[in-house]
Design a protein around this ligand. Structure first.
Ligand code: FAD
Length: 470
């Protein structure tokens, strides 16, 4: 047990930020305790985020392919159907195995694990109401807050996780809704909309802004939206949800133009609220310590992840920056490296972003819109997968690679990929940007044939010269 003997590091929250920080701290020889209220490690990401969503995305994609694409590849069968409980079962099994895996890693690295709700009683003491019902005080020289984030609610829309669901409810629906309305066209909304759309729901996405995924490169976004529309997803942009009525069988949503105007009513069986996430710090006692937060409730930290209260640190979704699992992990490692007297570093300009739809959209660095605001002269190199032999061979040639490079130096500023496996392809570009590569560096790197990765090489060639295959 945690006992009263002092830890070097105590971490509140066992998500990708917290659990990675805990393992790294232990590996650096620090006596480490991790406190997690959920009773399972892995946080939002593993339990109700990245992992279950990717499980369902894969399963629903297989069904969709079987139904719509197998025949053209000469694979025929008489019928194909969805077994939703089995699909959910496979997802749950993946989650359960992975959370247990982290518990195993804790044991292997001698991280002490306390299951319960942690609350600061001083900058070096956390009182934990344990899941078993007791209370224990965990002491630490350094305490890291890694409590993550929660669903952002919308005024006039109460989440009941039955008819009005958050992403958590959308990952565990008991039936395939006939009509699904998704509020918010961000990564999570588009991913969950894809899951249910592929297995039969009519999906309408309502978005307040004028575009889906506002952080995406505009040109890529246009192609992406067209692709989703071809798959049957409907978009109501520049539209806001005023209220929802759940009194009848389904849900009646009153919507109006974002700028105000005539109201209309649309109907749904299930509504997914995916309009963003907010930092989670409730019941943590931060106010008593005087820990500084911004207006949105995010904990403010310096470049060493230290809050204004000595000995108290914060990482992951609970601090400003992209709310992504891999960013939280990077924070976690760098934070404990600083605590251990070493040097940590996270380059927030080079955190890749991936939307795991079909096709996937992945990017790193600047969008063309951002490059324009930099005021530097730049070149654009593009290569469509229609001209990539592997993509044609497998009849999956939607999408493109787009590279932005500084004109003068040819240094790469941003890379955007839309492809079935863009989330994997992007890492060559991430590495290139980390090393300050020019597009010519990628173009002169031998790429295996026939691979989708060749499209990156060709786009790089097109940036400063000409591509070969188009
Ligand atoms: P969290 O993962 O939120 O973990 C915080 C943990 O702290 C939780 O387990 C919580 O129970 C615990 N906790 C909170 N308060 C206390 C307390 N007082 N005492 C004890 N424990 C406490 N990101 C990606 O990079 N890729 C994806 O594909 C992706 N898909 C997503 C899909 C969905 C549906 C959602 C919702 C999110 C997705 N994300 C994805 C985002 C990702 O899940 C988060 O960025 C990531 O989990 C943040 O990690 P964290 O460690 O900061 O916080």
């Amino acid at each position: 047990s945690s006992g009263s003997d002092e830890n070097d590091v105590v971490i509140i929250g066992g998500g990708p930020g917290g659990y990675v920080a805990a393992i790294k701290a232990a590996q650096l020889g620090l006596k480490t305790t991790c406190i997690e209220k959920r009773g399972a490690l892995g946080g939002t990401c593993l339990n109700v985020g990245c992992i279950p969503s990717k499980a369902l995305l894969h399963s629903s994609h297989m069904y969709h392919e079987a139904k719509h694409s197998f025949a053209s590849h000469g694979v025929k069968f008489s019928s194909v159907e969805v077994d939703l409980p089995a699909m959910m079962g496979q997802k749950d099994k993946a989650v359960a195995n992975l959370t247990k895996g982290i518990e195993g890693l804790f044991k292997k690295n001698k991280v002490n694990y306390v299951k319960g709700y942690g609350k600061f009683v001083s900058p070096s003491e956390v009182s934990v109401d344990t899941i078993e019902g007791g209370n224990t005080v965990v002491k630490g020289k350094h305490i890291i807050v890694a409590t993550g984030s929660d669903v952002k609610s919308l005024p006039g829309v109460t989440i009941d996780e039955q008819k009005i669901v958050s992403s958590t409810g959308a990952l565990a629906l008991k039936e395939i809704p006939k009509r699904l309305v998704v509020i918010g066209a961000g990564y999570i909304g588009l991913e969950m909309g894809s899951v249910w759309g592929r297995i039969g729901s009519e999906v309408t996405v309502v978005e307040f802004a004028s575009d889906i995924v506002p952080t995406m490169d505009g040109e890529v976004r246009k192609q992406f939206q067209r692709s989703l529309e071809k798959q049957g997803m409907k978009f109501k942009l520049k539209t806001k949800v005023v209220s929802v009525d759940t009194s009848g069988d389904g849900v009646k949503l009153t919507i109006e133009p974002s700028a105000g105007g005539e109201q209309t009513v649309i109907e749904a069986d299930v509504v997914l609220v995916s309009a963003g996430r907010v930092p989670f710090t409730s019941g943590l006692g931060l106010e008593n310590l005087g820990v500084e937060m911004d207006k949105g409730g995010r904990i403010l930290v310096n470049e060493r992840f230290s809050t204004n209260v000595s000995g108290v640190y914060a990482i992951g979704d609970v601090i400003p920056g992209p709310m992504l699992a891999h960013k939280a992990e990077e924070d976690g490692v760098a934070c404990v490296e600083f605590i251990a007297g070493k040097h940590g570093h996270v380059d927030y300009d080079l955190v890749p972003g991936v939307c795991y739809t079909h096709p996937e959209v992945a990017s790193v660095g600047k969008t063309e819109e951002q490059v324009k605001t930099l005021g530097v002269e730049y070149r654009v190199g593009k290569f469509p997968f229609m001209a990539n032999s592997r993509a044609k061979a497998i009849d999956n040639a939607e999408g493109l690679v787009k590279i932005l490079a500084e004109k003068e130096s040819d240094k790469i500023l941003g890379v955007h990929i839309m492809a079935p496996n863009a989330g994997e392809l992007i890492h060559e570009a991430v590495l290139a940007l980390h090393y300050g590569a020019s597009s010519e560096d990628i173009a002169r790197t031998c790429h295996a044939h026939p691979t989708m990765s060749e499209a990156l090489k060709e786009a790089a060639m097109a940036t400063y010269d000409k591509a070969i295959h188009i």
